[in-house]
Design a protein around this ligand. Sequence first.
Ligand SMILES: [Zn+2]
Length: 95
Amino acid sequence: MPRGRFSRFPVYIDPVTGVPMKHCHLCGEDKPLTQFTMRPEGPPASRCKACIAKVKREELRAMTPAERRLHYRHRSQMKKQKRARRAMEARYADA
Ligand SMILES: [Zn+2]
């Protein structure tokens, strides 16, 4: 395994299946790279998607009802903003 920028997040090819694999730091399992969130730059996430979803779920459960309401309101606002930005971009792309 070459050591370098990604040595802390080793990705290796499974010799049997030929699938790129990666070790999840949270559940400790080796999973296909497709089970990890890829970032446009830098190494993939160190935790698999299942673990991230689990952590998020537990965070949500630990919230009080008021906090949860705030969380959802914030999330829907972010979605709205994203949609508006995309619509604006599309309009400028046409012109
Ligand atoms: Zn995991």
